[in-house]
Design a protein around this ligand. Structure first.
Ligand code: ARG
Length: 466
């Protein structure tokens, strides 16, 4: 065999491929990751062809045994996957033909690499989504435990990185829980739309053989059949949705990383990451750096990049397939790996970090109760807009005198508003402030307990896909 005749499509060609072009064109360097999905698809295709009489029963068995052997060889790293093979689809088929001869050469009947790759990708995606969901659920479980065991830790809540109102640390943790809960549903949603079986689409117009698509659907565990052959080979929105869900997820993680990184500085000292999730400096002996969280924050950038990369690749590609679309795989593989490791590290860091409730309580600025003071006046019948101004002036007075807001004497308070009475002292504590907020979704102790309970419920009953 000369070099040229080795390519399955070489019949139409008189000249051979330039080495440089071969390297440029090859996707096998990365799509080999799809070999199990590709072989799975070929098994279903083989059975479908046998049902139509295109393969005899004996041929079917030989091909299935051959596919098993190809899989074992790739498992063992025993099959060289070189650029001249072009992609994983042709590599598997070529080796199959070497092993079983003509029967193997029949399996591409009524199939194109265009529907084949769309199938392999969807099979891969189902695994990637299931993995992301499992990892998200692990983080959710860790966050619930941390929230439950730190219910009485009260800390400053921030807006604009300025102390705003006291909150329970558990309430903060549960904010992450609910964001993750929505991330989970985004992946589940993506699964629903991706779970359509493309085989039978052929190159673009539909296979000229009466392939039993319902049989193929059931064999490969899809919910439904892709409705339109042109759509089935043209779109990659299943990948785009996955990348979007991953980008939003990473964006969520990055914000919690940022908080904890700042909070683990000596200035804050609110939390301390475990040694197991920190690293040191090569020069400064005292350093213990929150690299785990910094890296999760940093990897958010590459996941955003992967989404932008595929959105850009897909833009304005004329229907149906064009080779541009071969560029779809690496951003998705990279995202799957990045999401997996980021969620695992994030879970580990949360599970093992120390929460320093005393530092959090000590950090509470007395002016953080200003809203409670205004609410006190409002409850006495003063219109809230006026309360706001009165308390604003009191904050200024306290600052000018170098006093804490709660230390202002009764005389000063009453000079600001007649409505102040001795019962004002009762509202001027962080505990009282949080306890005033026991409505659903608030930071009061019971309200947070109800959230945690609802969270446990969601985590145990919430159906993931599979
Ligand atoms: N390696 C190709 C890809 O990943 C497979 C599909 C090739 N189809 C084609 N018509 N050349 O997109």
């Amino acid at each position: 065999m000369n070099k040229l005749s080795e390519k399955p499509w070489s019949g139409r060609f008189a000249g051979s491929t330039e080495k440089l072009m071969e390297k440029f064109n090859a996707s096998i360097g990365f799509d080999k990751r799809l070999y199990k999905m590709d072989i799975e698809g070929s098994r279903a295709q083989t059975r479908a062809l046998a049902r139509m009489g295109i393969l005899t029963k004996q041929e079917r068995e030989r091909v299935l045994a051959g596919l098993n052997r190809v899989e074992r060889e790739i498992d063992a790293g025993a099959l060289p996957l070189t650029d001249d093979l072009e992609d994983i689809h042709m590599a598997v088929e070529k080796r199959l033909i070497e092993l079983v001869g003509d029967a193997g050469a029949k399996i591409h009947t009524g199939r194109s690499r265009n529907d084949q790759v769309a199938l392999d990708e969807r099979l891969f995606l189902r695994e990637a989504i299931a993995d992301a969901i499992a990892q998200i659920e692990r983080v959710m479980a860790v966050v619930l435990d941390v929230a439950e065991s730190h219910l009485d830790v009260i800390m400053p809540g921030y807006t604009h990185v300025q102390q705003a109102q006291p909150i329970r640390f558990s309430h903060y943790a549960m904010a992450l829980f609910w964001m993750l809960a929505r991330d989970r549903t985004r992946f589940e949603d993506c699964w629903k739309r991706a779970n359509a079986m493309p085989l039978g689409a052929g190159a673009l117009a539909g296979s000229a053989y009466p392939l039993d698509r319902e049989f193929l659907r059931a064999e490969l565990g899809f919910d439904r059949i892709a409705e339109n052959s042109i759509d089935a080979v043209s779109d990659r929105d299943y990948f785009l949705e996955y990348l979007s869900a991953a980008a939003i997820l990473m964006g969520h993680l990055s914000r919690f990383c940022e908080d904890l990184i700042v909070w683990s500085s000596s200035e804050f000292g609110f939390v301390e990451l475990a040694d197991a999730f920190s690293t040191g400096s090569s020069m400064m002996p005292q350093k213990k750096n929150p690299d785990s969280l910094e890296l999760v924050r940093g990897k958010t950038g590459r996941v955003y990049g992967n989404l932008m990369s595929l959105l850009t690749v897909m833009k304005a590609i004329p229907l149906t397939y064009a080779k541009d679309m071969q560029e779809d795989k690496e951003p998705v593989f990279d995202t799957a790996d990045t999401v997996h490791i980021s969620l695992s590290v994030f879970a580990g860091a949360w599970q093992s970090m120390k929460i320093n409730g005393k530092r959090m309580a000590d950090a509470l600025d007395s002016a953080i109760l200003a809203t409670d003071l205004a609410d006190y006046l409002a409850r006495k019948g003063v219109p809230f807009r006026m309360c706001h101004r009165i308390v604003g002036k009191l904050v200024r007075t306290a600052l000018a005198r170098g006093q804490k807001l709660h230390a202002l004497d009764m005389e000063t308070l009453r000079a600001a508003s007649e409505a102040f009475d001795t019962d004002v002292r009762a509202v001027l504590s962080p505990e009282a402030s949080t306890e005033a907020r026991n409505l659903d979704g608030g930071t009061g102790r019971n309200a947070v307990l109800r959230q945690i309970e609802a969270g446990r419920h969601l985590l145990t009953d919430g159906k993931a896909c599979g």
